[in-house]
Design a protein around this ligand. Structure first.
Ligand SMILES: Cc1ncc(COP(=O)(O)O)c(C=O)c1O
Length: 350
């Protein structure tokens, strides 16, 4: 079998030779004492690039979201998020477990949470209600096919939320994909959010690490939560060194992933038995449906694997392919070719 074409996620990338070299040569110290110069530099650059006062380096996006929600809420409040949000479905109920908050999910068909939908779900503090504390915007939205929330939508949510004393956290695991699609800066997208988390270990290709950015006082508090959660990593400069390269160099190439995803979506849209609207693929995530009773998504995934292509089912009739720096245009063409072959074997389209 030829080398695998791994489209399961953009988390599967391997660090580049430049990252590996930087990791080997990294200047390090004990980061819990704030003595790791490489971590300090990464946090400073992340804050600058996201337009915030401060940033804290964390091992994972999940920890960054957990700390972000915690600093923006009080125990016993509600947190509004889109119904398929990562904080809702894929973080082991951390907002309940750590922040003591209840998720109030709102379904937005296109994955874009808008103030018009949010306002009907706000709850005031009262004798019977847990008040709303915070709104989470996921940008781009993973399970909504990498959907991008436009800046004016983010700004309206922030403006209206702040007018009511509510906080806004942005799960910007892929904020640089959003910035690429919107042709603006990540700081422009996050400007009015109270906190923003972004990942180095997804489209930016670092082996590990995320950052939570926000006001200095909130980030100082978040640093204590990081320690409570077991995220004080000591000589973490070896990871931050790769993270700095990811942050400085990798955003500039994300348009290639978007173009490859668009190409893949276009090819899939022409395969009888599969369904996708390629116009909705704006970034690096391609979610498509199996629209025939002859094959289940699990069967499609298994047959792809036999052909050296990894794409996972993600519930219902859906599969998800994610492009990243370790897959080429040619690989995406090969993946589409494998899907064509698998669906043609069912006799569809003849
Ligand atoms: C939108 C989103 N937020 C947060 C995370 C969590 O990141 P991690 O896997 O580093 O905990 C992910 C991971 O896939 C994600 O897609």
């Amino acid at each position: 079998m030829s080398a695998l074409i791994d489209l399961r996620s953009d988390t599967v990338t391997r660090p580049s030779p430049e990252m590996r070299r930087a990791m080997m040569e990294a200047e390090v110290g004990d980061d819990v004492y704030r003595e790791d110069p490489t971590v300090n530099r990464l946090e400073q650059r992340a804050a600058e690039i996201l337009g915030k006062e401060a940033a804290v380096f964390v091992p994972t996006g999940t920890m960054g979201n957990t700390m972000g929600i915690k600093v923006n809420t009080h125990h016993g409040q509600e947190v509004i998020c889109e119904a398929r949000a990562h904080v809702m479905d894929w973080e082991l109920a951390m907002m309940a477990w750590f922040a003591g908050c209840l998720a109030r999910p709102i379904r937005a068909e296109d994955g874009i949470l808008r103030w018009s939908a949010i306002q009907d779900h706000l709850r005031p503090n009262g004798p019977n209600c847990a008040g709303t504390g915070c709104i989470v915007i996921e940008n781009t939205h993973n399970m909504a096919g990498g959907a991008v929330t436009p800046i004016d939508v983010v700004e309206e949510i922030c403006h209206e939320a702040h007018a009511r004393g509510l906080r806004v956290h942005m799960d910007g695991a892929r904020i640089f994909n959003a910035a690429t699609a919107l042709e603006c800066s990540a700081a422009g997208i996050a400007r009015h959010a109270d906190t923003v988390m972004f990942c180095l270990s997804k489209g930016l290709g670092a082996p590990a690490g995320s950052l939570l950015c926000g006001r200095a006082a909130d980030i100082a508090q978040a640093r204590l939560y990081r320690k409570r959660l077991g995220g004080g990593m000591r000589q973490a400069g070896v990871l931050a060194a790769a993270g700095l390269i990811a942050l400085e160099k990798m955003p500039a190439r994300l348009h290639e992933d978007h173009s490859n995803a668009g190409h893949l979506a276009e090819r899939i849209s022409r395969i009888p038995g599969l369904r996708i609207d390629p116009k909705r693929v704006e970034t690096n995530i391609v979610i498509f449906e199996v629209a025939t009773d002859d094959l289940t998504p699990a069967a499609v995934s298994a047959k792809l694997k036999e052909r050296g292509v990894l794409i996972n089912p993600v519930g219902g009739a859906r599969l998800r392919a994610v492009t990243h720096c370790d897959v080429t245009r040619e690989n995406c063409g090969q993946a589409a070719g494998a899907l064509e072959e698998i669906l043609a074997a069912t006799g569809l389209g003849k």
